[in-house]
Ligand binder design. Structure first.
Ligand code: ZN
Length: 432
């Protein structure tokens, strides 16, 4: 509860009633002259403004007239320790890790540095309208404490975990199988389910863990099946060849994770660009998810993700910024990149599908969809206001919009953090 709770937020609510990959037009719903009633940090009602004002005459009114109101964005794959290496030049995946990532992550041995970067990252995220995320920390347990401490100070529903890496990495960033298990177990006990925190067991990827460490991660997940598991999968051809050489007795890249108990509901694999048919089938059957990170895939030059094909095979998909490999924390910019990547594969991603991936679809992959991701009564009031006239060009374009889908499309192609007019967490304004 905050001083402004209960409150009535006036604007143009947009929500989903169904999966837009089944039918984009019937799944997308709105109330042009509408309002969202927030009570006790939850959405109590969504409907016509006049009706809700009449039935709740004494609540605080927040005026976002002319703004789209929707659930806050969900970033399903991002590295907070890489915030300050965003936009680093000239490397593909394996070089990128050596040249930029590992030196940046070594600095997180200092808890004060970790706290400062976590605070900066979370405030940037909120300014971009992202209210939930699944976040990689570093190998240092203190980087996880720093992140969850700053997230709790902002009352955010986030997932995060200590990165596990004991193979082929610099000495100052190496743990081992036993410490990976013990440190992660202690972090689960300390943070998972505390307030709005979710823990995610986080082996970096197959090349940076020993088989013993992968097995320890699998054993830990078996002991704590309610936590998430996040890692990377099939991002880059050189990486895939190295995995195949190192795990020659296993069928494919996903098979490495599967063999070590790291495939199932609640598993969230970043990228999944160059998958084989067996891997796609196992992802779908197991209920695991892919975090599609299009700005990263373009920026690092990894490849063109087959969103349409994986959806047709029944794979769960969310959208990730993958900063610092990704080039923006904005999920609007991420949606634009997803559209462009799909275009290069001959498919036009519908705006209802893009916004769904960036909200409820992402919440589903993180098993947060009973709490966040849609503007429906009973859900936590994590929501954003988007201004279709935030810039002169947006205003000129959206003035000609002939449908809600057209308006949303213009927002995702032309919008960025300037379009976020307000970010609300459990009904309390925190950014935008
Ligand atoms: Zn990543």
């Amino acid at each position: 509860m905050t001083p402004s709770d209960p409150c009535l937020i006036l604007g143009h609510p947009v929500w989903f009633d169904g999966d837009p990959f089944d039918d984009p037009l019937t799944a997308l719903r709105d109330e042009p002259d509408g309002a969202v009633l927030v009570q006790g940090g939850r959405i109590a009602a969504v409907g016509p403004a006049a009706r809700l004002r009449a039935s709740h005459p004494r609540v605080t009114v927040i005026d976002h007239a002319g703004h789209i109101l929707m659930a806050g964005f969900v970033d399903t794959h991002v590295h907070y320790p890489q915030t300050h290496i965003i936009a680093s030049y000239g490397a593909q995946l394996l070089d990128w890790l050596e040249r930029y990532t590992f030196p940046a992550e070594a600095a997180f041995a200092d808890p004060a540095h970790a706290r400062a970067v976590a605070a900066f990252f979370l405030d940037e995220m909120l300014a971009n309208g992202t209210t939930s995320a699944s976040v990689f920390c570093t190998v240092h347990p203190g980087s996880v404490d720093a992140f969850f401490t700053e997230a709790a100070a902002r009352d955010l529903r986030v997932a995060a975990g200590k990165v596990l890496m004991d193979h082929g990495v610099p000495d100052d960033l190496r743990d081992d199988a036993q410490s990976a298990y013990d440190d992660s177990a202690a972090l689960i006990a300390r943070w998972h389910g505390r307030g709005r925190a979710h823990y995610a067991i986080t082996p970096r990827f197959a090349l940076t863990s020993s088989p013993e460490q992968l097995a320890a991660a699998g054993a830990l997940w078996a002991a704590h099946p309610d936590v998430l598991m996040q890692t990377h999968l099939s991002e880059n051809h050189a990486e895939i060849a190295a995995v195949a050489a190192r795990f020659a007795d296993l069928p494919d890249y996903l098979g490495v994770y599967e063999h070590h108990g790291l495939l199932g509901p609640g598993a969230n694999f970043g990228h999944g660009i160059h998958l084989r048919p067996r891997e796609i089938a196992r992802l779908a059957e197991s209920g695991a998810a892919i975090a599609h990170c299009p700005t990263s895939n373009l920026f690092i030059g990894s490849g063109l993700f087959d969103l349409d094909g994986l959806r047709r095979h029944g794979v769960r998909i969310g959208l990730g910024s993958d900063v610092g490999g990704g080039s923006s924390l904005s999920m609007l910019v991420t949606m634009r990149a997803a559209y462009e990547v799909a275009q290069l594969r001959g498919v036009s991603l519908h705006p209802a599908q893009a916004f769904w991936l960036a909200t409820f679809g992402g919440a589903t992959t993180l098993r947060m969809d009973t709490q966040i991701g849609n503007l429906r009564p009973g859900m936590e009031a994590d929501l954003i206001a988007l201004d279709p006239a935030a810039t002169k060009l947006l205003a000129a374009r959206t003035a000609r919009a002939n449908s809600l889908a057209d308006l949303l499309f213009a927002l995702m192609i032309l919008g960025d953090e300037r379009a976020v007019a307000g970010t609300y967490v459990r009904g309390r304004r925190v950014g935008g």
